[in-house]
Design a protein around this ligand. Structure first.
Ligand SMILES: [Zn+2]
Length: 130
């Protein structure tokens, strides 16, 4: 995957602007502080909190991820592998719960990436306070 693409920053927890600094503090979606974000990019200083309540709409992105996952696994498990739909539904619930932190992080990165154009060669200094 090209490091210049928007998908790179979404998948690999990187800043949507410079693709260097981390978006979330932790690189793992399954750590204690999976939801802790940097307020600014540690590399280029891009603001990750454009306005209060900015990430409310990422819930809809998260919903889209759940829907895509559910449809995809349904067609693989029930249609292709011919496994009973009741077993599929029993297995679906725990996987959706386990994937919640992963989809949460992916949704936030996707939502911010929609509004920030990537500039991977962007080499700016951290903004100075004052
Ligand atoms: Zn950055």
């Amino acid at each position: 995957m090209s490091t210049d693409s928007r998908l790179y920053s979404v998948v690999f927890n990187k800043c949507p602007r410079c693709h260097q600094g981390n978006f979330f503090v932790s690189n793992s979606a399954f750590s204690k502080n999976f939801d802790k974000m940097h307020e600014h990019c540690p590399h280029c200083g891009e603001n990750f909190m454009p306005e209060p309540g900015f990430y409310w709409a990422s819930m809809f992105v998260s919903y889209a991820f759940y829907t895509i996952y559910t449809l995809l696994t349904f067609f693989i498990v029930v249609q292709w592998l011919q496994i009973d739909v009741n077993y599929y539904l029993i297995g679906l619930m725990p996987t959706l719960i386990l994937l919640t932190p992963y989809f949460f992080r992916m949704a936030r990165r996707t939502w911010l990436t929609l509004f920030i154009a990537p500039k991977p060669q962007h080499k700016t200094e951290m903004p100075t306070q004052g």
